[in-house]
Ligand binder design. Sequence first.
Ligand SMILES: C[S@@+](CC[C@H](N)C(=O)[O-])C[C@H]1O[C@@H](n2cnc3c(N)ncnc32)[C@H](O)[C@@H]1O
Length: 227
Amino acid sequence: MTAETTGTTPAYDEHADWYNDFMSAGTAGAYIERVHATIVELLGAGEGMCLDVCCGTGAHAPALGGLGWTPVGVDLSGGQLRHAVRKLPVAQADATALPFGDGSVPAAACVLAHTDVPGYAAVLREVARVLRPGGRFVHLGVHPCFIGAFADWSDRPRVLLDERYADRSRSFEAWNPAGVRARVGAWHLPLAELLNATTAAGLRLVRTAEAGPGGVPDLFGFLAVKD
Ligand SMILES: C[S@@+](CC[C@H](N)C(=O)[O-])C[C@H]1O[C@@H](n2cnc3c(N)ncnc32)[C@H](O)[C@@H]1O
């Protein structure tokens, strides 16, 4: 399956330098620390390859490597991979057509990327195909219930949600004009659809996690295993 057939284009090519700075910057530091702590909590220590699906600039390679895994990145965007190659071996490929054989990969993670693909279910099916039996998959993304075009965090501690939770279309609408969504756009996948797509792909949910800056979580993730 190609980028054309999934409706996906390397949207990050023109934003790669900005994204690399964004993921390294002090301003996003607490957020990135939260992301890494949640990856560590869900994935746990292990050995062998951990596929970093939609690896972007490779920001999570140190967290994966710190757990003992050998991270290998896959991303559609050559611009993003230009930064990632400094941190991990990479392949330029569509996450819905991973360049790995059936049952060949002991672990995989997809971080902050499910809102960047129009059909995340196809990515989950592909991850399930390449994982070996017993292989672990960590999904970590923006929290489907509290982050999206329908959510306004500008008046914290109040977080305002509206009825567009049901709208799955791509949107650039964002309360934060300096964030990824306003710049690159994002799709929305309601929570039940995310979890149902995971189990439908043949992955068994083992553990879930939420994390946030206060009482409302901005991250949701899970560990799933291929039985
Ligand atoms: C928000 S970035 C996240 C990157 C990285 N995981 C991180 O957390 O910093 C989303 C990434 O998904 C990639 N992407 C989007 N659709 C893709 C696809 N179909 N196959 C592979 N990568 C894709 C983009 O190129 C981009 O690098």
